[in-house]
Structures are given as structure tokens and as C-alpha cells.
Design a protein around this ligand. Sequence first.
Ligand code: BG6
Length: 484
Amino acid sequence: MVSRVIPVDPFDLVIFGGTGDLARRKILPGLYRRYCAGQMPEDARIIGAARGEMDDAGYRDFVREAIVEFSPPKEQNAEQIDGFLSRLHFIVIDAKGTGGWSDLAALMRDGVVRAFYFSVAPGLFGDLATRLHAHAIADDDSRIVVEKPFGRDLATAKALNKVLAEHFDEHQIYRIDHYLGKETVQNLMAVRFGNILFEPLWNAQYVDHIQITVAETVGVGGRGSYYDKSGAMRDMVQNHLMQLICLIAMEPPSHFDPDAVRDEKLKVIRALDPLAPDEIVRGQYLADEDQPGYLVDCEDPASKTESFIAMKMHISNWRWKGTPIYVRTGKRLRARASEIAVVFKDPPHNIFGEQEDRRGNVLVIRLQPNEGMNLRVTIKEPGPGGMRLVEVPLDMSFAEALGPDAEDIPDAYERLIMDVIRGNQTLFMRGDEVEAAWAWTDPIIAAWEAKGDKPKGYDAGSSGPEDALMLLHRDGRRWREIRE
Ligand code: BG6
């Protein structure tokens, strides 16, 4: 298999917050990778913009260090790094004032794609949008990329959408959810809509339930004060997990084009039932011998913010009525593991008689690490002793199946930034989608805030609070084990 890299059109990409953490860890190393892959045309340029004195040479040094720190050693090649750095420039800019804007205007070229990455606090989105227009830097074809968090509730998300809409059309606004850039997340669509095998069974008649797990081993230390204002619901569920639910549950779009896909996703969000309080479990990780607990990490001993959440969700439409979706995500759990498991019902009639511990068909789509798919099927246990059944996995590790191509799988940010340049919004959230997601989460958060709900403590390195296990046990089901 040969991977095909199609170079994008020439571009000027301005990264506001060009010296920030996201730029350093993800955006710039990601762009370097695309450069090495041959996807960047000769005359592409990347312009870092931020407060604080720096010139082109200083910025190149900064980016060199970022590449050395955040790119795998085997991808670091002195010549390639120099080639990439030669495309970089830096502008000192004051997002709230006048400084730097005319310099930026003078630097921009005509006839190339202009993209502006807002890797800054959401409070600055409006200022940047206004100034890009006031200085005639953005034209009708320019794109802006906005990072999460996109608001902290429906009201703030609406206000952000409004401020951006004053200067940019929806087709110019790229709201990033990096989960959509993950290769396996896109694979959800390929698996569902590129095969005849699954789709006929993909409904409440055949699917018993779905489990979505996004488990992390890291805590919130280092970003505790930010995290404490959001918690797992705002930080992970409203965006990343909601997107996974959409891709798993949506109807087949008529085309793989931005609005066809996003229309279908929106319908899923709008079909989500409100949650009853006993369908939600919130948790906070406790200290262990080596590391402090959540309350120390977030620097507020009275915090009621959740670092773990598990929920039983329901989609009220013809396809899914009656099939619950169990979702959980949390920090400091047993392993870093994200997966979606579609658990099918048992055959309607069992001709082999009762057998112990039968678990039936499960399709597991493994998002990270060890990306792959696994379908558990029932076969006969080998041997002469009658007809005993056993479940075996039809296992496909992408790394094995795709060989060296699997190593070239781009990181989520690489893929998404190239999509911005290509002008393809399919993997970006539309304004109404984000608002619908907040409209669903707002009352849930409001209910626990009104009640003063305190999350349950859970052991670091565990699978979350006991109550989360009960969420399935009481339905006669059980979570899959969290393991790498
Ligand atoms: C971010 C959240 O959006 O996603 C973090 O703010 C979380 O809290 C991260 O750790 C998880 O991303 P990934 O790609 O490591 O699964």
C-alpha cells in the first residue's frame, strides 16, 4: 500500500498564540510533519503572532526546540527542520490594541489561502476577528480556526458565534474538535458506510447497547485551575464524546460533504433525551502514594468539579429507541484507553442449549492507543466433546494490517490544519452543532449545581467510582475492562 500525499494550495497561516502551549506541542510539530510528508507547497508560510518581543530568528529557535521536544526522534532531520523553519515568520501583535496589525497586513500575500488560527483564550476571539477585518487582512475566502472551549454553556457559545458571525461567514469558521481529526474516529464513518456488513444491524433491533470509554491516566496537575472551571462534562463530553456519539449513531449522510455530515450529526444531538439524576455518576480521583488527589491538583479543597463522569444516554429516534449508550471518561484511571464497543443482542433462538458465560457479538473500535478493530464472534470450541461454543476475536490491528502506512498516520491536528487549507469543513463543528450540544449539557450541569452535588471519590488507577459499575450492573450489563 502506498500513501498518497496531495500537496495543498499555497498558503499563509497565521497562528495567534503562536508561542503558546498548543502551538508548541501540537500545531507546529504537526505542520513540520506535513512539511516532511511533502504536503506543503514551496511557498507556504507560517506566521507566529503573539505578544512579547521576538523576531523571525527567535521564533525559528523556539519552533526548532518544539520540534525536538515533541516530534519522535526518527522524524527529526536537521535538513528538513531547516527547510521547515525557513517558512516561519513572527509578528508581535496586540490582540486588544493596534500594535502589529499593519505589519501583519503588509506581510500577507495576495493569491494564496489565508488562514488564521485562534489559539488564544476565547475572550480574544472577537478582538481578533474585528481587527482582521478592520485592517483588511481577512478576505471573503479567508478561514479562521477556533479552538475549544467554545463557550462554557449555551449562552456563551451563542455569544461567541455571534461575535464571529459579525465578520466571518459560517463557511469560513473552522471550530476544531481534535477528536474528529483522529484517524480511527474517521474510520467510524468508513466502517459504517463503506461496508454492507454492519449497517443493516446498526439499530435497536440488533444492538443491545453501546459503550464509549475515553480513559486517561494523567491527572489535571499543571492545568488544575482551568480544569476546575470545566470538569469532565464540559472538557470532554460536550465536545469529544458528543462527536463520537454522533458518528456512531447518525444516519448515513447522502454525501461525504460538510453540511450533509453535519446535518446528520445535529439530528443525533437533538434526539438525545434529558438525563435523569440516577443516570449520571460523577467522580474525583483520590491521592495515592505517589501523587496528590484531585482536590490538591485543582487547588480548591472544596471543589465539586468532576474528573470522571459516567452516563447512560438515550437517543429518541426510530433507529435507537431502547438501546442505551453508556459513556464514561475520566482522569487518573487504570489505563489510557479509548474505545467504542457495539454490543449486539443474542441470536433470537438458541439451538445449542444454555451455555455458561456466553457474551455474544461485540464490535470494538479502538481509538487509542493500538488503533484497530475487533469483532468478537462465536465459533465451536475445538475438540470431540459435543458442541460447545466459544467466542474468539476477529482482530485487526491497523498497525499490522496497514504495515508501514500505519506509521504515517497523521496526528489529529495535522490532518485538520490541512483540511482548513483545503477548505474542507467536514471534520469541523458547525455553530448549530456546538449550540445543540450545550443545550443538552446545560440543564444537567444546572441540576447538579443547584443540588450542590459532590462527586464520589475514586482510587487513582481504578476504573472510576463503584457507582459507575452499578450503572450497568443494575441493567444486567457490565463495562468492558479498561486496558491498553
Ligand atoms: C482535551 C482535553 O481536549 O483532550 C484534555 O481538554 C484531554 O483534558 C485531551 O486530556 C484528551 O485528548 P487525547 O487526544 O489525548 O485523547
